[in-house]
Ligand binder design. Structure first.
Ligand code: SAM
Length: 287
């Protein structure tokens, strides 16, 4: 009888990645969700929340570079940036590469994610080290209501649209974000994959469209997420990904392993089936 233990996400899909558990480093019920850190020879450290893969040491850079850089480089002066969720620190690590950012706030509902990411995931938690970073523990839905007109960029790096994160994918929150953005601000959110749960994927754009006049999707390869192809939504009332894009700023960003200036445009071209569905609901076709 093999003593090898395997992890698979317990949701009802009949398909998904499995991870050989070479070591279970830590697991705790935080009172909000179950937090687990595994180790795998190929993937390095793996963070799970409620038994869903949040990140792996091997491929988290793809997701964190792509959720951050297209928006910050489409804004001429992204001084004030808000991350909702993102308790592992990976978004912050990428945000502080931009010298224009003077104030990066992370609003995370579960303090344990920050605490244990600092302990077990130094490769993303290094994002907390900057003096330009402030951590607020609370619900992102309330936080945007309490901070009108405060941010140039809002990035929602949350768990999937269930439970504590469900409201982060609904219209009232999107209108709250619109209120928390300064004029010319940009909203970005991880928007799941069109290859699985297509209706859930499309619903993000449907819910978002009434709040913003420009709603665009872009994609990236995130090997450990279901299907390996993940999307993000870019929304604004005035900016598009190339509005103020500066090749010079993009080229000055240090330590990039996925993002490049070429992706600032090419990543906004999606598979045809996804583009056709989006054309019907977003008020402005993509680039
Ligand atoms: N990159 C991952 C993904 O795409 O699934 C997300 C990583 S990050 C760890 C997700 C974080 O969102 C979690 O730490 C969770 O506690 C936080 N979160 C979920 N709902 C939230 C809310 N309403 N307000 C603030 N943080 C929230």
């Amino acid at each position: 009888m093999s003593s090898v233990k395997w992890f698979k996400e317990p949701d009802n899909s009949s398909y998904g990645p499995v991870i050989r558990i070479d070591r279970e480093i830590f697991s705790i019920d935080t009172g909000i969700q179950k937090l687990t850190v595994l180790e795998n020879a190929e993937l390095g450290r793996v963070l799970l929340l409620d038994d869903v893969v949040m990140l792996t040491e091997k491929d988290e850079f793809t997701y964190h570079e792509m959720i951050v850089h297209p928006a910050l480089l489409a804004h001429p002066n992204p001084v004030n940036v808000l991350v909702i969720g993102g308790g592992d620190g990976g978004c912050l690590r990428e945000i502080i590469k931009h010298k224009e950012v003077l104030n990066a706030v992370l609003c995370e509902i579960d303090p344990a994610v920050v605490e244990y990411s600092k302990k077990f995931l130094p490769f993303t938690a290094c994002g907390f080290d900057s003096s330009r970073v402030k951590v607020h523990i609370g619900d992102g839905i309330q936080y945007v209501r309490d901070n009108p007109g405060a941010f140039d960029i809002i990035i929602v790096d949350s768990t999937d649209p269930i439970g504590i994160a469900e409201g982060l994918f609904q219209s009232p929150f999107y209108h709250g974000c619109l209120g928390a953005l300064k004029p010319g601000g940009i909203f970005v959110q991880q928007a799941e994959s069109p290859f699985f749960d297509f209706d859930k994927w499309l619903a993000v754009f449907t819910e978002l469209s009434p709040a913003f006049s420009i709603v665009l999707a872009y994609g990236a390869a995130v090997p450990m997420y279901l299907s390996g192809y993940w999307t993000f939504v870019f929304a604004s009332n005035s900016r598009d990904p190339w509005a103020d894009f500066s090749i010079a700023r993009a080229s000055a960003l240090p330590d990039l392993r996925y993002y490049s200036a070429k992706l600032q445009q090419s990543s906004f071209h999606l598979p045809v089936f996804a583009e056709q569905a989006l054309k019907k609901i977003t008020k402005r076709s993509k680039r």
